[in-house]
Write a protein that binds this ligand. Structure first.
Ligand code: ATP
Ligand code: MG
Length: 471
């Protein structure tokens, strides 16, 4: 594909009529025969929307990741469309349309579970200047989800291109003549595998700090380098993420860690100081050699998530969060048990609340997931009690499989008794009825021997009147 890109770039640069300067951007129009995007690679639903807008006399472009990924010859995650039709005009054209977003209105065209997002070109706001969400004077000019309010003005495609984040995302596929409009040298950057912000990096990060996360996400996902000027301000500005609403960061955290390149993304996030604003609790569990139990668990859970995505297996955010926060939970539970004299079980439950309360301040994990995280955690305590009918009851628990998979990871990190326990559960699940009974019998015998021993030891104390009262 890159040969193709190189050749069409050279051709285009020689055609003056296809190159136009717009403020600090330079538009190149790449005709149909000189790029590799074919309509058969675009989803049927996206094509339907593009054609209907076009037939009604509006401009309609495929934009962003869809165009970028098609030029890279990878399958796009979704197809976003940009148009000069206003959201209301879009709604009039499609019965299956829903307008979303309170501030910046977007049209969602629904085809069963497939949603095609249609955005009206965004324009410049008058008196445009860079703002930081942390800057009190500027905060009023931003919406609840951290985007600038000036994004809510409609404009031309040229203005829209300037509002895009990276050069490789400012590529537009025109349904009218099947050309690609490249506003910021995105095709050249794709060829050189470079992630580069449009405009002044610090200004663009202060406008929207989430762009720092996006730079890392695209670099890891597309296996590209972040351009030096784009990368330079990130470590010093990473703290701006603390001002981003936690609901938006929840969505971003899934895109970062649950999109198939989670491990590489995590490593890069740490490199750029971007990880701790998202997971402040984990900071004190990281060590210089990057090999603490917590870090080993991070690597295990993220690599296994990546693998599951690669093999089209289901993934659940609750599992990932449960694993990431496990060692902070254990430490906190021990501290609480030590300080308060609560039983370990009670201290563990208090610690679970504490840890989740703290985590949702930065990343608003929805309740349906926090409930599941608690289940997976609580089951860890129960998995070691297997005698009598307990093991059978545990097998029937809805979250058993997740709890077992997590126990297995803990066994991998810690070895010893934990990995023996995980092995036992592994064998138990695979065993037939008779073998299962035998396995439990062995445990029953062992635990009754223990009880006898405990009783014998306890006898002398029972003679004391005080201990009798206690029992
Ligand atoms: P993905 O493959 O993950 O969907 P994408 O590039 O399509 O990647 P989206 O989040 O779907 O990313 O956004 C679509 C497009 O909207 C982007 O390509 C980019 O042009 C623009 N965009 C999204 N978020 C921002 C932002 N924070 N600042 C500027 N432009 C943005
Ligand atoms: Mg997209």
């Amino acid at each position: 594909m890159f040969n193709r890109v190189t050749s069409f770039c050279r051709k285009v640069l020689n055609r003056d009529n296809k190159v136009r300067e717009i403020d600090d951007l330079k538009l190149e129009i790449i005709p149909r025969q000189e790029h590799g995007i074919s309509r058969k690679d675009i989803s049927e639903n996206a094509l339907k929307v593009l054609y209907r807008l076009n037939k009604a006399g509006y401009e309609a472009y495929l934009v962003g990741g869809g165009v970028r990924d098609l030029l890279l010859e990878t399958e796009p995650k979704d197809f976003d469309i940009a148009t000069n039709a206003t959201p209301d005009e879009v709604r009039k054209l499609f019965r299956n349309c829903r307008l979303v977003g309170r501030r910046f209105r977007l049209a969602h065209i629904l085809f069963g579970r497939d949603v095609i997002e249609v955005a009206t070109f965004r324009g410049h706001h008058s008196g445009e200047k860079s703002e930081s969400k942390g800057d009190k004077n500027a905060s009023q000019s931003q919406s609840n989800d951290g985007m600038l309010l000036r994004d809510n003005v409609y404009g031309t495609i040229d203005e829209d291109a300037q509002r895009r984040d990276f050069t490789v995302n400012a590529l537009y596929y025109n349904i009218d003549d099947f050309s690609v409009r490249d506003y910021a040298g995105g095709v050249e950057d794709l060829k050189n595998r470079v992630i580069r912000l449009i405009g002044d990096p610090e200004t663009r990060y202060r406008e929207d700090p989430v762009r720092m996360l996006r730079a890392v996400r695209f670099a890891a996902k597309l296996n590209m380098e972040i351009n030096a000027a784009t990368a330079a301000p990130i470590p010093a500005l990473a703290h701006l993420l603390r001002d981003i609403p936690s609901a938006r960061l929840f969505e971003e955290s899934l895109k970062l860690l649950q999109s198939g390149h989670g491990y590489d993304t995590y490593v890069m996030l740490r490199e750029y100081n971007l990880f701790s604003p998202l997971f402040p609790i984990l900071e004190e569990h990281f060590t210089e050699d990057r090999n603490s139990k917590c870090e080993q668990m991070m690597a295990l859970v993220l690599k296994s998530t990546d693998e599951r995505i690669a093999t089209q297996q289901r993934i659940n955010p609750a599992f990932m969060y449960a694993a990431m926060l496990w060692y902070p939970l254990e430490t906190r539970a021990e501290e609480i048990a030590f300080e308060s004299g609560l039983s370990y079980y009670d201290a563990f439950m208090v610690a679970a609340n504490d840890i989740l309360d703290e985590q949702v301040k930065s990343i608003a994990i929805p309740r349906r997931f926090t409930a599941m995280i608690r289940d997976i955690w609580q089951l860890q305590l129960r998995l070691s009690r297997r005698s009598g009918t307990r093991a059978y009851k545990l097998l029937e628990q809805q979250k058993f499989r997740a709890a077992y998979d997590f126990l297995d990871m803990r066994g991998n990190v810690e070895g010893g008794q934990l990995s023996e326990l995980a092995q036992w559960w592994n064998d138990f699940q695979r065993a037939d009825r008779d073998d299962r009974n035998d396995m439990v019998q062995v445990l029953n015998k062992a635990s009754s021997t223990k009880k006898v021993r405990r009783r014998r030891k306890a006898k002398p104390r029972r003679r004391k009147p005080q201990s009798n009262q206690e029992s």
